[in-house]
Design a protein around this ligand. Structure first.
Ligand SMILES: NC(=O)c1ccc[n+]([C@@H]2O[C@H](COP(=O)([O-])OP(=O)(O)OC[C@H]3O[C@@H](n4cnc5c(N)ncnc54)[C@H](OP(=O)(O)O)[C@@H]3O)[C@@H](O)[C@H]2O)c1
Length: 305
């Protein structure tokens, strides 16, 4: 039975990995107390104790705005820690799966980016994630770095849950219409990761960076509208929802600059691994159906009407 170590077990993706990876082996999930990514000794100790065959790193410093003022910590967690994990994985002959982001691109062009396009991050978070990609690559072990986008789930803090909450509290939401991405459900990402790990022979031969996001792309504004429209339907609660108004990024200033259109092509992972994620609308409907079911059973009080 292979041993699969999952740092970041309480994050959106980490939580879903615990279930998705269970059929593949013994999954050992670690929270910050079991492995602190800001501390290389803690990383080395946790990996040497667990002796995994696979590490799936779901831990990251993900607060894009706060990273501007905590860039050293963001760099430690996102930029340096993945390299330490890669070294330890290589020492054990283990595979490392690591997640990165479409925010490594500046998003200034209107064609989808492929993996070989030059990155040019526009904020501290993107720079720290790019450093992590490079640190993993430099070690030269067996690895996959999966660049994903706009991750959400039924738990944690994310755009979907924020829109659902605010849409019940306010008459109108203003959402930027000049930024695009591919909203990706954490559960779909975890399932795709499990599929990839069924092909360890291929990972050994084809280690590298891959784009792995939901099919299609959309603007933040259209995403917010879809969240409300689909939730109206699946929750069977037709009334009491905010309307959504499109605004520009200039009208909603934030500490970190966002790349406007960092849309990525997923052709490489489809052609090499046969992996293709469902379209973003279908993933969203699945996640919202789960949330609506939990509203009905009262298992969460979040945004209960
Ligand atoms: N969320 C997105 O929109 C998005 C977009 C593109 C790429 N990604 C990438 O996808 C991956 C998974 O993201 P996610 O959304 O699942 O992340 P998440 O929900 O923010 O979870 C991140 C986890 O990392 C843990 N963590 C933070 N600092 C740590 C430290 N110093 N030591 C140990 N653990 C630490 C957090 O622990 P605590 O709970 O203790 O804070 C949390 O459990 C990440 O690599 C992320 O960069 C995410």
């Amino acid at each position: 039975m292979q041993r699969i170590l999952v740092p970041g077990r309480n994050g959106q993706v980490g939580w879903e990995l615990l279930t998705a990876l269970a059929p593949l082996g013994t999954v050992i999930g670690l929270d910050r107390s079991g492995m602190d990514l800001a501390n290389p000794d803690s990383i080395r100790r946790a990996i040497r104790d667990a002796k995994p065959d696979v590490i799936v790193n779901a831990a990251a410093y993900n607060n894009v705005d706060r990273a501007e003022s905590e860039s050293a910590l963001a760099m430690q967690v996102n930029g340096i820690a993945p390299g330490v994990m890669a070294e330890e994985a290589k020492r054990l002959g283990a595979i490392l799966v690591h997640y990165s982001t479409d925010y490594v691109f500046d998003g200034e062009r209107d064609q989808p980016y492929v993996e070989g396009d030059p990155p040019n991050p526009v904020n501290a978070y993107g720079k720290s994630k790019l450093a992590g990609e490079r640190a993993v690559e430099a070690v030269g072990g067996h690895y996959l770095t999966l660049r994903t986008s706009w991750v959400y789930s039924a738990r944690g803090s994310n755009f979907v849950l924020t829109v659902l909450r605010l849409a019940r509290e306010k008459p109108e939401l203003s959402v930027v219409d000049d930024q695009s991405g591919s909203p990706t459900w954490a559960r779909a990402l975890a399932r795709a990761t499990a599929e990839l790990l069924r092909r360890k022979d291929l990972i050994a031969r084809e280690s590298g960076v891959y784009h792995l996001v939901a099919g299609g792309h959309t603007s933040r504004y259209a995403f917010a509208r879809a969240i409300i429209d689909i939730m109206k339907e699946v929750s069977r609660i037709p009334d009491g929802w905010a309307s959504v108004k499109p605004i520009t990024t200039d009208q909603y200033p934030l500490p970190a600059r966002r790349p406007p259109h960092p849309v990525t092509s997923t052709t490489k992972i489809r052609e090499l691994f046969g992996i293709e994620m469902p379209r973003w609308e279908d993933q969203l409907r699945s996640c919202l159906s789960d949330i609506a079911a939990s509203w009905r059973t009262g298992s969460t009080s979040l945004v209960l009407p």
